[in-house]
Design a protein around this ligand. Structure first.
Ligand SMILES: Nc1ncnc2c1ncn2[C@@H]1O[C@H](COP(=O)(O)OP(=O)(O)OP(=O)(O)O)[C@@H](O)[C@H]1O
Ligand SMILES: [Mg+2]
Length: 270
């Protein structure tokens, strides 16, 4: 027989699928902020935060929600070459494929955008923008000057990229939205809602307040780390359920299992 923990484990596979989106206090605030910024006459908006704080899923959510009202496009991983990127952009802007073997004439593209001003307003959500080089960013900025294309630039913040984020971007009076790791209450609500969405009521109830505290301590409230930890916890539960069921308690998740998972992931050491 399949263990009930298998389904619980799969709930925590990292995903930015729109159906997996969950409304949390922090995500609702960030969503509203982003939506509000998109309405303003800004050229660029910077969305930043540490890896795993929910930037990609938020961009997908907003794109899905606004797509019937606005011309909005989500660009996931940066194209390998600049040529490919402008190819993609050309298609979105002109609604036509660019003839093969032709180069994008950048100033012609800028002029094209200038002519769109007042006629169309295109919003482009650029995920993983830390991978675009400075020259690309400069060109993106030039395109946004046309005022017909607005960019939401999403970057992940690491310790040494703080400087880039602060000086380069803020000096241009962009609007900045920062996503942070979750507070304990939001993380607990994330875990419960994810399990309840799959009707795993008993398992959701087996994770108590003090377990949440421990999970929050290990993951520092980072959603991706939380996914990894919960996946590992349920993987261990699944093992016991199948092999040594006396070691498992369906009504209360043993804290020892949380510690074992933390050990396995290197959050703690023996
Ligand atoms: N509001 C939310 N609803 C559902 N899942 C979420 C939410 N926020 C974060 N997550 C989960 O956290 C994981 C990390 O989120 P996401 O991939 O969007 O982070 P990111 O900030 O884009 O990270 P990176 O900088 O590494 O690209 C997602 O795979 C998703 O499972
Ligand atoms: Mg991402």
């Amino acid at each position: 027989m399949k263990s009930r923990y298998e389904a619980a484990k799969n709930v925590f596979i990292d995903s930015i699928e729109i159906d997996d989106y969950i409304e949390l206090d922090s995500s609702v605030t960030a969503y509203k902020q982003l939506q509000h910024s998109i309405e303003k006459p800004l050229k660029m908006i910077l969305l930043f935060g540490k890896p795993g704080t929910g930037k990609s899923i938020l961009l997908n959510r907003i794109s899905e929600k606004l797509k019937h009202q606005k011309e909005i496009y989500y660009f996931d991983t940066p194209s390998v070459t600049e040529k490919e990127f402008f190819y993609k952009l050309f298609k979105v802007l002109t609604k036509q494929d660019m003839p093969r073997n032709t180069e994008v004439n950048f100033s012609a593209l800028v002029n094209f955008c200038k002519n769109l001003r007042g006629k169309r307003e295109i919003i482009i959500l650029l995920d993983e923008a830390q991978m675009y080089g400075p020259q690309m960013m400069e060109r993106i900025r030039l395109l946004s000057d046309s005022r017909s294309v607005k960019f939401v630039v999403s970057l992940h913040k690491t310790e040494d990229e703080d400087l880039i984020a602060k000086e380069h971007f803020q000096s241009r009076i962009w609007e900045v939205i920062e996503l942070k790791n979750a507070a304990q209450a939001d993380l607990a609500s994330y875990i419960h809602k994810k399990l309840l969405k799959k009707n795993l009521f008993e398992i959701a109830n087996s994770i108590k307040e003090k377990d949440m505290k421990m999970i929050h301590k290990f993951t520092k409230g980072n959603y991706r780390e939380c996914n990894k930890l919960l996946f590992t916890i349920f993987e261990i539960c699944e093992y016991y359920d199948e092999n040594e069921p006396t070691k498992i308690n369906y009504t209360h998740l043993p804290q020892r299992i949380i510690e074992m998972a933390a050990l396995k992931l290197g959050y703690i050491h023996v």
